[in-house]
Design a protein around this ligand. Structure first.
Ligand code: FES
Length: 101
C-alpha cells in the first residue's frame, strides 16, 4: 500500500503553474490549477522532457521540449490519448501538498 509523501508547500506552487519535485527517487510534476493541486510524472513520454517546467493553460501543460500537451488532471496526452503519464492522488494537509506513492 502506498503512503502520502510531502512534495511541496502549498505556497511553493503558484496558481496556474507547475514545479518539479523529486521524492523517493521519482521526479514528479506538481501543478496548481485554480487552487486545486495535481501531480503527474515529470517525464514526458516523447523524449523525457520535464513537464513540471512547461507552460500551463487551463488544465493543459505543454512540454517545454517539443510541445506535447497533457491534461494534468488525468495525465493524458491531448493529441494522442494512448500516450499517458502516470497521475498521482494528491491531498493537502495543512500547508503541505502530499502525493500518494
Ligand atoms: S520530450 Fe516532451 S514533447 Fe518531446
Amino acid at each position: 500500500m502506498g503512503e502520502f509523501v510531502r512534495v511541496a508547500g502549498t505556497t511553493e506552487v503558484k496558481p496556474g503553474c507547475g514545479i518539479v519535485a523529486e521524492v523517493q527517487g521519482k521526479a514528479l510534476a506538481v501543478f496548481n490549477i485554480g487552487g486545486t493541486f495535481y501531480a503527474i510524472d515529470n517525464t514526458c513520454v516523447h523524449r523525457g522532457g520535464p513537464l513540471g517546467e512547461g507552460d500551463v493553460e487551463g488544465s493543459i501543460v505543454t512540454c517545454p521540449w517539443h510541445g506535447w500537451q497533457y491534461d494534468v488532471t488525468t495525465g493524458t496526452c491531448v493529441a494522442n490519448p494512448a500516450a499517458q503519464v502516470e497521475r498521482y492522488e494528491v491531498k493537502i494537509e495543512g500547508a503541505d501538498v502530499k502525493v500518494l506513492l
